[in-house]
Ligand binder design. Structure first.
Ligand SMILES: [Zn+2]
Length: 301
């Protein structure tokens, strides 16, 4: 299988979750072995290739360092690029954060699918885990076990009645990512959002950009997109955060109550566990090669 990039440039405009201001994001095609690179277009700034070590903050969103500047809320765009199998792209953001749109990855998925994905001349490389790696912190944990495919299992456990305990498992392919994870929106609690507003944060946070929970009720008039939308969004975030490894993954990630911080620590731990993985190319007849959008695997369970 070959590396992939976009057929042409994508340009999108929307509100930043934290500044509440209008931002634009452009995603350009890029040469093989470029990986995913980000730069700010509003200041003097070179492209930086993302890795787990470019992350400088995981409070409220995943933030990367780009020269002297930072770019926030990269995780849903990163998840969309990974989920659709885009290896190489250059991302330009016109301010300090990627627009949040509706709090899910759908806007990015729609734009990438509409533009199309092009195969490139070089072979695609995967990171294949051979042994279990596990990380635990503050009652949360995350681990990867060997698998011929990329799979995610996620458990959450909130006291809040509208969330409660949710557990989901998915074999992640472009098709299953688009249908089962990309529509799942970020969520927050009304009291927390109001506190953030008082601190001058989350200015773009609203019922248009997130699921907001008040007491035990979902405030959004349209309700939830999935009964277990919360755990699906946690899976989306995990895929976005772990995609900073820079390779499509063969392994089954299982997580309990993980978030951006533990996801990033785990991504660093994975890279540093060099005896536990190998970088591989696959023969064309390997079923794990089936990264096309017509594939229709089993949905979420
Ligand atoms: Zn998120």
């Amino acid at each position: 299988m070959k590396q992939r990039t976009l057929k042409s440039v994508i340009e999108m405009e929307g509100i930043g979750l934290h500044t509440g201001e209008k931002m634009s994001v452009k995603v350009h095609p890029a040469y093989p072995d470029t990986g995913i690179c980000f730069r700010r277009s509003d200041v003097e700034c070179e492209y930086t290739r993302i890795s787990p070590y470019t992350v400088t903050s995981t409070q409220l969103a995943t933030t990367i360092q780009c020269g002297n500047q930072t770019i926030s809320t990269i995780e849903h765009l990163m998840a969309a690029l990974y989920g659709l199998g885009v290896d190489n792209a250059k991302v330009e953001v016109s301010g300090p954060e990627v627009p949040v749109f509706d709090g899910s990855a759908i806007a990015f998925v729609d734009a990438i699918v509409k533009t199309g994905i092009a195969e490139q001349a070089k072979a695609r490389k995967f990171i294949k885990f051979k042994k279990r790696i596990r990380l635990e912190k503050d009652g949360k944990w995350i681990e990867i076990i060997p698998s011929r495919f990329f799979k995610v299992t996620f458990d959450i456990d909130f006291e809040n009645e509208s969330i409660g305990q949710q557990k989901a498992y998915l074999q992640v392919t472009p098709d299953s990512f688009v249908k089962e994870l990309s529509p799942a929106r970020t969520f927050g609690f009304r009291q927390e959002v109001e506190q953030l507003w008082q601190m001058g944060l989350a200015k773009g946070g609203s019922l248009d950009t997130a699921v907001v929970i008040d007491g035990d009720d979902v405030m959004n008039p349209e309700g939830l997109r999935f009964r277990d939308e919360f755990v699906r969004h946690k899976m989306l975030d995990l895929i976005g955060d772990i995609s900073l490894l820079g390779y499509p993954i063969f392994g089954h990630i299982r997580a309990y109550k993980s978030g951006h911080n533990l996801n990033n620590l785990f991504a660093r731990t994975l890279i540093e566990s060099a005896n536990y993985y190998s970088i591989v190319e696959l023969p064309d007849n390997d079923p794990a090669q089936n990264y096309n959008l017509e594939l229709n695997p089993q949905g979420i369970t």
